[in-house]
Ligand binder design. Structure first.
Ligand SMILES: [Cu+2]
Length: 69
């Protein structure tokens, strides 16, 4: 199991939290996701044998957000 914290500077409110968490939770291999609105970060626990980090970032981008550095 892997854990990553992604920076998503566009996160601004609870709607962003719901959108991103909802989209990631249904991705195969993702076991937990939590968006921290004040910090503008997304914590994801995932199974590396089932999903790659690129899929996680693409899922967030598909919701209309840009991944920060
Ligand atoms: Cu928002």
């Amino acid at each position: 199991m892997a854990n990553v914290t992604l920076s998503v500077p566009d996160i601004s409110c609870d709607h962003c939290k719901q959108s991103i968490e909802g989209a990631l939770k249904v991705v195969e291999g993702v076991s937990a996701v939590e968006v921290h609105v004040p910090e503008k970060t997304v914590d994801v626990n995932f199974d590396e044998s089932k999903v790659q980090q690129g899929i996680l970032t693409k899922t967030i981008e598909d919701q209309g957000y840009t991944i920060g550095s």
